[in-house]
Design a protein around this ligand. Structure first.
Ligand SMILES: [Zn+2]
Length: 227
């Protein structure tokens, strides 16, 4: 595994791992929980997401399995990775490492629960659903983060846990920085450096391992909450 990129070989991953793959020329990453035997449970936009899996998979008969109306889907590892590469999401990273990451959605300060609990949550949600998919509030990364930690923001319907979204969208600091840049008319390189630093800091402050509004919610209660 590379120190910076977290890129892994498929032989290196273990059941209960949170894995991800970059899609559409690195514009966003798709996240899931590896549950063993070449299978991944992940959260998709719904019909379109699993239809393409079912149509394209030739090797795995239960690829694309999902409950009616649920975006949580089971697929083989090949279909999950698609044409991308495989990466391992990092848990329990220290503050320095977390802030130094330029890109959100690759690590968290929160600790992972034991693999059997993670797999239990993923399989339970495969049967019971994870609510409606929303890019900002409830996406594939939120799903994987929840399975790994059972942590959920008390205002989960206003702010998701996703690092790749929170770095840019949910950050009041980004607004402050862009206003400051306008007021002081910083030269572009300075603005870019300040913006990047603030982006990393704001992502740190919205990390589920740092936020104070997160609570552990049992998966059995979770399904009721989002049904
Ligand atoms: Zn497949």
């Amino acid at each position: 595994m590379g120190f910076v990129s977290h890129r892994v070989d498929r032989k290196e991953i273990k059941p209960g791992d949170h894995i991800y793959t970059w899609r559409t020329a690195f514009a966003y990453a798709h996240h899931g929980i590896y549950v063993g035997e070449n299978k991944v449970v992940h959260f998709t936009t719904g019909e379109k997401g699993y239809k393409s899996i079912q149509d394209s998979c030739l090797t795995c008969p239960d690829c694309g399995f999902h409950k009616n109306g649920s975006g949580v889907v089971l697929s083989c590892l090949d279909c999950f990775i698609g044409t991308g590469s495989l990466y391992l999401f990092q848990y329990g990273t220290n503050t320095y490492v977390h802030i130094s990451r330029l890109r959100g959605g690759t690590c968290t300060i929160a600790k992972s629960d034991p693999p059997q609990e993670v797999i239990h949550r993923a399989m339970y949600l495969l049967q019971n659903g994870f609510g409606n998919y929303s890019l900002v509030l409830n996406n594939c990364e939120d799903f994987a983060l929840y399975c790994k930690t059972s942590l959920l923001g008390s205002n989960w319907d206003e702010a998701g846990s996703s690092g790749q979204v929170n770095g840019w969208v949910m950050s009041p600091l980004n607004v402050i920085v862009s206003s400051a840049v306008k007021v002081f008319r910083c030269s572009t390189p300075v603005a870019a450096v300040v913006g990047t630093g603030m982006h990393c800091l704001s992502r740190y402050m919205t990390d589920i391992g740092v936020r104070k509004d997160v609570v552990k919610i049992k998966v059995e209660d979770m399904a009721l909450l989002r049904s």
